[in-house]
Ligand binder design. Sequence first.
Ligand SMILES: CC(=O)N[C@H]1[C@@H](OP(=O)(O)O)O[C@H](CO)[C@@H](O)[C@@H]1O
Ligand SMILES: [Mg+2]
Length: 590
Amino acid sequence: MLFEQDIMEPEFEAVLEACKQFPRADTGKKDYGYGTAGFRMRADLLPSVVFTVGLLASLRSRKCNGNVIGIMITASHNPAEDNGVKIVDPEGEMMSEEWEWYATWLANARDPEGLRNSYMQCMNQLRILRESPRKVIFARDTRPSGEALVKALKAALEASGTEYIDYGIATTPQLHYLVRATNTLGSDREYGEVSIEGYYKKLAAAFMNTMHIEYANQAGPVYVDCANGVGAPQLKELLKHLPEDKFKAIIVNDKIDQPDRLNNRCGADWVKTQQRVPEDFTGKAWDRWTSLDGDADRIVYYFCEEGSVFRLLDGDRIATLAADYIGELVTKSGLGEQIKLGVVQTAYANGASTKYIEKTLKLKVEFTPTGVKHLHHAAARQDIGVYFEANGHGTVLFSERAQKAMRKHQPQSTAQLNALTTLRALSNLINQTVGDALSDLLLVEVILSHKQWTVKEWLSTYSDLPNKLLKVNVMDRNKFITVPGSAERRLERPPAIQPRMDEIIAKYREGRCFVRASGTEDAVRIYGEAAEAYDVEDMLGHVTEVVINISGMFIEPWVYKRADDKKEELAMGLRRDPPDPLPGGEQRTR
Ligand SMILES: CC(=O)N[C@H]1[C@@H](OP(=O)(O)O)O[C@H](CO)[C@@H](O)[C@@H]1O
Ligand SMILES: [Mg+2]
């Protein structure tokens, strides 16, 4: 309930006035939705949304005892004309999922009064004390549209009386680092110096600590395609902290002054989905190449064999390499009994990688839905949790328990000491808040160097099943709902698709195929793998046909009338009433 005297509060009046500068764009019937990675769409539709995200971050900070909340303005691997915005929680992790509902609610307010009222209601519902301290830090990628969005963000933070720091242009993982470093400053869990410079120093020091004994240098430098995005300037800065005889990287696709080239025929997403080399590739056979995405939180490796045969070493390969090596270090350091490793994957992981982890590495694999927030939480439950999406987004989490064991352990031999020193260094090298292309790059380089492996040995650990990922634009992607608990491997709606798919898939040896709605684009994704490449093509052709034929019927208006189904309403973003208040005391204290 709203009271007249509340509406008169200066903060609410200020919000009402400020939001008038950022009117909601006309999105037709469509509502804004907080997807896999926050709000993401054409940049010109976003100013009003970014304003509301500023308001929500202010509330979140108040709810989290004044801890700093982060806001990242980026559309990652999307085309240059898109942009996006996401909120980072106090430990540097993605915003708690329960709050996504509130983000969506505020973003969809139709007019200034509506937004002011929703904002007040959020405060009531979430039992937030208006006067509580609040602080937000934010950064953006290299997209030119970011500047206008920062204006909307600042307006919201100022109207809501929120202290803020603008970190300018940074990678997504750098912002996550800064959030955690700020909130742990002065505690016994200090994460690092609170500055981007501090981030480079931490990574460089950890990298050098992994080189405590002489290892063979990699044959030749690593080439890094930076997708013409923020990874380029940031990697250049990082390189200034690393001696060239220990780490040599050659930067490709660093044209951040040509915005149209961002992610255009280059970058991690393009290389992974096209399964081919990026623009400006000049590699000779066996040269070690990598690609980052537009906000430098993803990385994939690749190379060409003689005869220009393209070979991809994707997120699954990084996960298996890291799990193998870190597992080896745990055993060698004498901590095998105390620390267990687990690997987290999504349905997009190649079946051969899962088999390798379970059968050869003898480690447990857990599956979660797509999106780092899901993988991250599952990995955090392990002593050491390795998680990577196949597209190269991931990291390795060291639990408090594992870190304590690593601190306390007294090595019994030089071999144990060496392994333990490397393990400790890796726990500092690897970004503990989120997948980080720069940190992952150093991690892989360390492992290859220690194992004295080239890409050839790395590739030979197992053979990928031939696979393909397709994208189909549909009328309404929210109509595609997967079976709860199936880790997105089976479709529940539209009901006719899965039975038809099952019949098709059964015809192919080691065939696996699933369909799910993208959380970042207006499309559904179709993934397939099978023992033979031509079977993959054939299977995906048939499944795509089914998806297109059956989803066509959703143009019919009757679907929109089915308002009795809560899940469907929610997925369509139609539900308007605020949900029940969150269970009391949901917030952690830090
Ligand atoms: C198949 C695939 O690569 N999906 C990506 C993509 O999500 P979608 O919900 O599939 O659009 O973008 C996410 C954010 O970057 C990333 O976490 C995820 O892995
Ligand atoms: Mg990204």
